[in-house]
Design a protein around this ligand. Structure first.
Ligand code: AMP
Length: 222
């Protein structure tokens, strides 16, 4: 298994619905480092009715990005926690060039960075998100056809009810995809200039994708 000496930061890029959350969840268990999803952190704030949650909610419901300054404060707070010392997996961050630049300025060169771009076409995404459910307790993602829960309507991990995300409605998904193409996709060029970048095609079974990612991480760790 992967033996990283320096802090490993694994960045999962890719459009909404490409499978970042699913892969990050499995990788976190396999590599024993935390899965940090800025979307999940924001949803927790919305649920807890914090001031950040109240500010973020309108952007999220409209499929827009939450302002960079709010995201950066939240993210820096999370990655500064002791459980991130060995490394962590970023899912849904960075989403803009400004976020990436601020993050790397703060991080310095003291980490082993690997960026993966999970690739999937818009049409497949729209179809996929129609059938996506998430756990209301632990945020684990499910898909009615490709990764259904063992017991209908409840989470395999924590037994909480599965719910549909409000922003998985087709109109909002189309808006999120437009935002992705204009504001987040430029990060592919940004990271592909670095040493450890790989594109991964995601229109295939979860385990095939996972295997390709783990093989790649072995290479990066060498
Ligand atoms: P996700 O769960 O990653 O699909 O994110 C859901 C929503 O949360 C997005 O549509 C944005 O409104 C917001 N969000 C999550 N991560 C970020 C981020 N890094 N920057 C700005 N907004 C974000």
């Amino acid at each position: 298994m992967l033996q990283a000496q320096a802090t490993l930061v694994l960045i999962l890029l890719g459009p909404p619905g490409a499978g970042k959350g699913t892969q990050a969840g499995i990788l976190a268990k396999t590599l024993q480092i935390p899965h940090i999803s800025t979307g999940d952190l924001l949803r927790l704030n919305v649920k807890g009715e914090t001031s950040l949650g109240k500010e973020a909610q309108g952007y999220m419901n409209g499929g827009k990005l939450v302002p960079d300054d709010l995201i950066l404060d939240m993210l820096f707070d999370r990655v500064g926690a002791p459980d991130c010392e060995k490394g962590y997996i970023l899912d849904g961050f960075p989403r803009t060039l400004a976020q990436a630049e601020a993050y790397h300025k703060r991080l310095g060169n003291d980490v082993k960075l690997a960026a993966l771009n999970l690739e999937l076409s818009d049409d497949v995404i729209v179809e996929r998100l129609e059938k996506r459910f998430v756990c209301s307790g632990c945020s684990a993602p499910y898909h009615l056809i490709t990764s259904p829960p063992q017991k209908e309507g409840s989470c395999d991990r924590c037994n909480s009810p599965l719910v549909k995300r409000t922003d998985d409605d087709e109109k909002v998904v189309r808006k999120r995809l437009a935002v992705y193409h204009s504001q987040t996709a430029p990060l592919i060029t940004y990271y592909s200039k670095g040493q450890s970048f790989k594109g991964v095609s995601c229109n295939r079974p979860i385990n095939d994708i996972l295997e390709e990612i783990l093989d790649y991480l072995q290479e990066v760790a060498r």
